[in-house]
Design a protein around this ligand. Structure first.
Ligand code: IYR
Length: 223
């Protein structure tokens, strides 16, 4: 038995068409300046910035409002080192033996390899865990819904929040990621989803000169 939430009025500001378009365009320009970064500065970043980004991410819509995510934030150098060592071990195996040729070819233009020194350079690592189930008031498992969709949306909002604060990150998914459960001591009902190294870009950072798909390539109207 569960009651409905109380319902309260919601009256978001009505924005006229011209301002709507101007704001949409401006936000696009801002987001279009975001790039995934692999060369970071060790310059300190206030912990509060990370907390604002996590709060923002946690406003994401989620299946049955279960908010099935845990953001594990790390600034302890010893833990960052442990993560780097374990991630590089897995990545080395992936690059050298596990990735099929096709995958290797797809990645080649990005120039990535198994070395992940930035995992120690950055002031913060945030590892997002998806909660495959939750825990109810009685300590019993509670079913979660649309977990991957929910956590994916939250991660997108996290990336946008960081970018909005002038911070850089990378969606890093070493594979397999079980070592993160072990190192970070997370319970069995949580699975590592994405690892975000976070900081300022290094002064000498470069990024591949990628082009994004045009609107026509990604959008179909009334097919
Ligand atoms: N996880 C590896 C490989 C990798 C895979 C994809 I798909 C990328 O877009 C980038 C890298 C790594 O982080 O190097």
């Amino acid at each position: 038995m569960s009651d409905t939430y109380p319902f309260v009025p919601y009256r978001p500001a009505h924005i006229d068409a011209a301002e709507m378009i101007a704001r949409g365009h401006e936000f696009f320009e801002q987001m279009d300046r975001r790039r995934s970064v692999r060369e970071f500065s060790a310059a300190p970043v206030p912990r509060e910035a990370i907390e604002w980004a996590i709060r923002t991410a946690s406003t994401a819509p989620s299946g049955a409002h279960m908010q099935p995510w845990t953001f594990v934030a790390i600034d302890d150098p010893a833990i960052k080192r442990e993560i780097r060592i374990a991630a590089e071990q897995e990545e080395r195996k992936s690059y050298e033996t596990r990735m099929p040729e096709q995958w290797r070819r797809a990645l080649a233009p990005l120039g990535t390899d198994w070395h992940k020194p930035y995992l120690e350079t950055v002031p913060y690592i945030v590892v997002v865990f998806e909660q495959t189930t939750g825990v109810d008031e009685a300590g019993e498992p509670r079913k979660h819904y649309y977990v991957r969709e929910s956590v994916g949306i939250a991660c997108g909002m996290f990336v946008a929040a960081l970018h909005n604060m002038g911070l850089c990150t990378l969606t890093h998914t070493p594979n397999p990621m079980g070592f993160l459960t072990r190192i970070l001591g997370r319970p069995a009902h949580e699975k590592p989803y994405i690892l975000f190294p976070i900081g300022y870009a290094a002064a000498e950072a470069t990024v591949p000169d990628l082009q994004r798909k045009s609107l026509d390539e990604v959008c179909v109207w009334n097919p």
